[in-house]
Design a protein around this ligand. Structure first.
Ligand SMILES: *Cc1c(COP(=O)(O)O)cnc(C)c1O
Length: 443
């Protein structure tokens, strides 16, 4: 097991060697933010603690780029953690949101957009017959767990180390993403009782599932500990183990849904879960997520069933308008194009690392791409932590940022390529990576 203390040490060391990238206006805003917002950010990984320095503040985005308040224009591989698959400020999406806003932003009553988006989701994902819209992936995963417990009458849930399912108490145990970035095994403020029924298993190994288990929650492609593909047989094995024990299988497709393809990871790997969590892409960059599943299971939710769940802004008309606009542009051709560009980016990055003599791996699953500075294959969280322990990612991040390429400020994330990343952007990224890899090799 990688020692989190040692890993933090490496991160801090790398951070000290970094120069400040953010310009004066960003730094001033960060100082002001830090007085009125804890840590200066509304989501921890935005604070750049794993890579050093302080964040640039974004003034605007267009397509593959963001422009910060100091006027630096970055080629952006964060893309709102994957939500902006069309790139920033796509005209069709902006127009849809503008039109919706003109009709009123929220009513607390049903709207046509909810039906339109729900029909698109259920038509796209075989087996997903109904959806309930919520405002964040956290809510979707939290509700999936409550629904699974309510439907099975069982308490226990099984999750995998390094998989992130949002920040509800019961799912925060051994989470990926920001939890991993900060080296926190869990969070303070989560009572032992809240995770007493959460079992954490290593990714890519089918755990024992018995009759106490309500559900197994998994990222079918793990994308919050870097990118880790499911090993052959893992997802099938989970399906079988759940069926034998009468437990439900929950695919958290908040990243993979509508990014790997219209039918997400369940379609790609041919394994059908009982429940799906969607987020990010499905909301077109607005606060929207969804829980989906088979009809008889979904009808266990209030008001048709006894499991309570609600939301003032759920299925918000701006968000459904954005989701509909996004999904209507995401056809088979769009995914082919995206996968082709991601593939080219991956070979370019591999070449750049090879040429510089930097030990690295560039895993790819369809339209998702990750980078690990390690020679051992990464199959689970323990491997991912070992791979992150050398601090190389922070150095690479800084070199790339100096060349105006914005990667995620954490080694536990993936690169989010959008449809606005054309051949020219991919080429620029590869050039920047070649120069950054040489700097890394020399450091
Ligand atoms: C981002 C993410 C979540 C949480 O979604 P929020 O909208 O940030 O609450 C849940 N699961 C996965 C796999 C995610 O990547």
């Amino acid at each position: 097991m990688a020692d989190p203390g040692a890993r933090r040490g490496a991160d801090v060391q790398a951070a000290r060697e970094n120069v400040q990238i953010a310009g004066p206006r960003s730094r001033e805003l960060f100082e002001r933010a830090s007085l009125v917002i804890p840590g200066g950010v509304d989501s921890p990984v935005r604070a750049f603690r794993a890579v050093g320095g302080s964040p640039w503040f974004v003034a605007s985005g267009d397509g593959a780029h963001v422009v910060d308040v100091d006027g630096t224009r970055y080629l952006d591989y964060v893309q709102s953690w994957g939500a902006s698959i069309l790139g920033h400020a796509h005209p069709a999406l902006v127009e849809a949101v503008r039109a919706a806003a003109g009709r009123g932003t929220t009513f607390g009553a049903p709207t046509e957009g909810e039906v339109e988006l729900a029909e698109r989701v259920t038509a796209s994902v075989p087996g997903c017959e109904m959806v309930r819209f919520v405002s964040s992936g956290t809510e979707a995963a939290m509700t999936a767990v409550r629904l699974a417990r309510g439907a099975t009458g069982r308490d226990r849930i099984v999750k995998f180390a390094g998989c992130y399912h949002g920040h509800s108490d019961g799912l925060l145990a051994a989470g990926g993403s920001g939890v991993a970035t900060l080296g926190l095994p869990d969070s303070a403020g989560v009572p032992a009782g809240a995770v007493a029924d959460t079992v954490v298993a290593p990714y890519n190994t089918v755990p024992d599932i018995d009759e106490r288990v309500a559900c197994v929650v998994v990222e079918p492609v793990a994308a919050n500990m870097g990118l880790v593909a499911p090993a052959p047989g893992f997802l099938d094995g989970l399906r079988r183990a759940c069926d034998e024990a009468g437990a439900l299988l929950v695919f958290d497709e908040v990243i993979t849904g509508f990014r790997l393809g219209r039918d997400g990871a369940s379609g790609r790997f041919g394994v059908r879960p009982d429940l799906w969590c969607f987020g990010k892409v499905v909301g077109g960059g607005l606060p929207l997520a969804a829980l989906g599943g088979r009809r008889e299971l979904m009808e266990v939710l209030a008001p048709s069933g006894p499991v309570y769940q609600a939301g003032t802004l759920s299925g918000n008309p701006l968000a459904t308008a954005a989701g509909i606009a996004a999904l209507d542009l995401l056809d088979a051709e769009a995914y082919e194009t995206l996968a082709e560009r991601v593939g080219r980016l991956a070979s370019g990055l591999e070449g750049a690392f090879d040429d510089a003599g930097v030990v690295a791996q560039v895993p790819v699953v369809g339209t998702l791409l990750g980078v690990f500075f390690a020679d051992e294959p990464v199959g689970n969280y323990e491997d991912a932590r070992r791979a992150a322990a050398n601090g190389h990612y922070a150095r690479f991040f800084t070199s790339m940022a100096r060349r105006a390429v914005a990667l995620a400020p954490s080694p536990y994330e993936v690169l989010f390529t959008s449809l606005a990343h054309g051949d020219a952007e991919i080429d620029l990224t590869i050039e920047a990576a070649a120069a950054s890899a040489k700097e890394l090799a020399a450091s």
